[in-house]
Design a protein around this ligand. Structure first.
Ligand SMILES: C[S@@+](CC[C@H](N)C(=O)[O-])C[C@H]1O[C@@H](n2cnc3c(N)ncnc32)[C@H](O)[C@@H]1O
Length: 215
C-alpha cells in the first residue's frame, strides 16, 4: 500500500521481509494453532509465514495491497507474484486485495496481522484495518496481532519526524515510516475498536496480542 504524507510517498510494500527472515517465535506460535482453523492473514507481505499458516489451517486467505499482491518479486527463490505463488502452491487458498476487501464477506476462525500496523502511517487506515478484521471474524473467532514494542532497527528512525506511533525516515531510497506498538498502545487500539483482549505477552522485542470481538 502506498501512502502520501506531507508530499512524500511511502511504499509500504517494501517493508515486507522474505521467508528466510522468519521470526522463530512468530513461526512457532502460528505453527501451534490447533483445530485447523480457517485463517485470513492480513498484510501477508512476501508470504514470510505462508508455509506455516497453510500447514496449520484448513484454508488461508492472504490479504495485502493490490500492488503487493500483483508485483513481480522473488518468493522462495522463484520470480513470481504473491497471487501466482498462492494459486500454484496452496490449493484451496486465495488472495484478496485490501482495495477489494469491502466486497469480501467470508468469516474466519483466526485472523493474523503480523507487523502490519507498524507499517501504516495513517490513523484512518489503521482504524479501517481494525474494523475489517473485526467484521471478518466469526463470532467466536480469534484475532492475533504481532508487533514490535522495541526494535534495534528502529534506532535509525528516531532522528526522523515523529508521526502516529513512530517516526518518518527520509533516506536515499525515499521516505519510510516505522511505528512501535507496546502493550499499552495495542491494547488501547483494540479496546477502541470493540475487541476484548484475551492476553498479551512479549518474546524478545515482539508483543503478541490475542483478542476477540466484544459481543
Ligand atoms: C512489514 S510488512 C509485514 C508483512 C508480513 N505480515 C510479514 O510479517 O512478513 C507490512 C505489510 O503491510 C502491508 N500493508 C500496508 N498497508 C496495508 C493495508 N492497508 N492493507 C493491507 N496490507 C497493508 C504492506 O504492503 C506490507 O506487505
Amino acid at each position: 500500500m502506498r501512502y502520501v504524507i506531507g508530499g512524500a510517498e511511502i511504499r509500504t510494500e517494501n517493508a515486507a521481509k522474505p521467508s528466510s527472515q522468519k521470526s522463530s517465535s512468530v513461526d512457532d506460535y502460528i505453527g501451534s494453532l490447533d483445530n485447523a482453523p480457517s485463517i485470513l492473514d492480513f498484510g501477508c507481505g512476501k508470504l514470510r509465514y505462508s508455509d506455516t499458516l497453510v500447514s496449520a489451517a484448513s484454508k488461508v486467505t492472504f490479504v495485502d495491497s493490490a500492488v503487493q499482491l500483483s508485483r513481480k518479486q522473488v518468493i522462495r527463490e522463484e520470480k513470481t507474484t504473491v497471487e501466482k505463488y498462492v494459486e500454484a502452491n496452496y490449493p484451496g487458498c486465495n488472495t484478496v486485495s485490501y482495495e477489494k476487501l469491502n466486497e469480501h464477506n467470508s468469516k474466519y476462525d483466526v485472523i493474523t496481522c503480523t507487523n502490519v500496523l507498524s507499517a501504516i502511517p495513517c490513523k484512518e487506515t489503521i482504524s479501517d484495518v481494525m474494523n475489517h478484521i473485526f467484521r471478518l471474524l466469526k463470532k467466536d473467532g480469534l484475532a492475533i496481532f504481532v508487533n514490535q514494542h522495541r526494535s534495534s532497527y528502529f534506532k535509525r528512525y528516531e532522528s526522523g519526524e515523529r508521526l502516529l506511533y513512530g517516526f518518518l525516515h527520509s533516506g536515499p531510497k525515499g521516505t519510510s515510516y516505522y511505528g512501535v506498538f507496546d502493550r499499552t498502545a495495542i491494547e488501547q487500539l483494540l479496546t477502541e475498536h470493540g475487541y476484548r483482549v484475551i492476553r498479551t505477552w512479549c518474546v524478545g522485542e515482539t508483543t503478541f496480542s490475542e483478542a476477540i470481538p466484544n459481543s
